[in-house]
Design a protein around this ligand. Structure first.
Ligand SMILES: Cc1ncc(COP(=O)(O)O)c(C=O)c1O
Length: 452
């Protein structure tokens, strides 16, 4: 065998990040995702910035998939957690009442739209967004006695069997037989790639007409659902906002046909879109809301808030050992208090507009940016092959940009159809200098990726 002479090559010793990440990649599941790009040993974080073992800093525009509304290690959050640890209060409480739970519940009620607050019931769930989806579907099947559920193309509700059955993305479900049956999918009003070939008002009315025709037709083949579940602004599906007139129309259909409308605010909730909840832009009141991520102030927590009239299930119908995570209640309560106190919804709206305007300017310069969309600090940039038929989504380009961004000190994520959408979910406390820096790195990475 030919010998390769490496004698004269000065091999750089592996850094701590490289050593640890090689070892970790050997033992961790092939299903891991974020760590494939963020392949460093992250040792600290503050605000919008995380630092690796070699001292390199990264501006974090992912904020743990939107979990960290107030950023990494927010001073007031770490303080309430330290105070709680130093107290005699219990750490876990199942579903029993504690001062932490009482305060959390009161705080949560205070951020709900008035019309829902007056009739709200709260189910604390096993602490992931997926379990909130499971709980809501179980609740509404029980309350209505119906077995079908309507969901939407591009929707994402989690990875447990029921939530996955409600999720559009095929990668995670195509090899898993026998997911929850009786889920019927409808196209989401995705303006940029209209599923009905029409846009604007026509898209809204065709889509609503489609849904209503299925409900009204005694031979549609689909029985009346226990619930219609959706995100007002789809996250994982590619940062796709539903038109507000469409949400209003859907609310109206649900009211007329007596179908519970479930809004999944796991990602878009708690100020992210410039309002406390994304559905509020349309002025609608859902029958149930799924909440997780930011609601725990960085710690695991999820709840379903629903109208009292659906509270028809029996004691023990839904449970979960860790639904009484006191620390998450303490940090979540403080997070909601700070979001209100510091007007972070408005801040997210203003900073989001500033960031989006800059992205729209990039779109003028680079035809590979097909669409810039989203609201508040939940924004997406869809990369395309500009000269292809139908402006084909360019997932490879988006991935290349994401990787270069990371090497240059910026964390972004990709998602959406074919992974072609660069997704930005900064912490709500990001400042304008950081936004400017993020856009500079993003543009540099786009330029570099286009040269390749
Ligand atoms: C809208 C939405 N619903 C549900 C989930 C599932 O949450 P979890 O990953 O905590 O189960 C997610 C996760 O990203 C989400 O974005």
């Amino acid at each position: 065998m030919e010998q390769i002479d490496v004698g004269r090559v000065e091999l750089e010793p592996l850094t701590d990040s490289e050593k640890h990440s090689r070892q970790q990649n050997n033992i961790e599941s092939n299903a891991r995702t974020y760590s494939r790009t963020i392949n460093k040993l992250i040792v600290s974080g503050k605000g919008s910035v995380v630092t690796d073992a070699e001292g390199l800093e990264y501006l974090d525009l992912l904020s743990c998939a939107g979990t960290l509304a107030l950023g990494h290690r927010h001073g007031e959050i770490t303080q309430v957690l330290k105070d709680y640890l130093d107290s005699d209060h219990i750490m876990q409480g199942l579903d029993i009442l504690t001062p932490a739970k009482y305060d959390f519940t009161q705080q949560l009620l205070s951020v709900l739209p008035q019309a829902l607050r007056e009739q709200a019931k709260i189910q604390f769930c096993g602490p992931t967004g997926a379990d909130a989806a499971e709980a809501a579907i179980k609740l509404l099947k029980t309350a209505t006695g119906r077995r079908t559920v309507f969901a939407f193309h591009g929707g994402y509700h989690g990875m447990t069997a029921g939530a996955l059955a409600l999720t559009g993305n095929l990668t995670a479900k195509q090899h898993v037989a026998s997911l929850m049956p009786d889920v019927h999918y409808f196209p989401f009003p995705y303006e940029y790639r209209s599923p009905y070939g029409v846009r604007g008002e026509a898209l809204t009315s065709v889509s609503l007409c489609h849904i209503e025709s299925v409900l009204a037709d005694p031979e549609s083949g689909i029985t009346k659902p226990a619930a219609i579940i959706l995100e007002a602004l789809q996250g994982e599906g590619g940062c796709i906002p539903a038109p507000k007139e469409w949400l209003q129309g859907l609310r109206d259909i649900c009211t007329r046909y007596d179908i519970p409308l479930v809004l999944d605010e796991v990602q878009s909730g708690f100020g992210r879109t410039g309002q406390m909840f994304a559905f509020e832009e349309a002025g609608i009141i859902p029958d149930a809301i799924l909440m997780s991520k930011a609601i725990g102030g960085g710690l695991p927590m999820s709840v379903v808030v629903y109208k009292e009239k659906y509270d028809k299930w029996q004691p023990g119908s839904h449970a979960g050992t860790f639904r009484g995570n006191q620390m998450a209640m303490v940090s979540g309560c403080k997070t909601m208090e700070i979001i209100k106190r510091d007007n972070l919804c408005q801040a997210a709206a203003e900073k989001g507009k500033y960031l989006k305007d800059k992205l729209l300017r990039l779109q003028q310069k680079y035809p590979e940016i097909g669409d810039v969309r989203g609201r508040g600090l939940m924004l997406g940039i869809e990369m395309i092959k500009p000269d292809s038929d139908n402006a084909a989504a360019d997932g490879e380009l988006a991935k290349e940009i994401k990787k270069t961004c990371f090497l240059e000190g910026l964390i972004v994520e990709t998602g959406g159809r074919h992974g072609a959408v660069i997704r930005l979910l900064p912490v709500l406390t990001i400042d304008y200098d950081e936004i400017n820096k993020a856009v500079r790195i993003l543009e540099y990475s786009i330029k570099l990726a286009l040269k390749h």
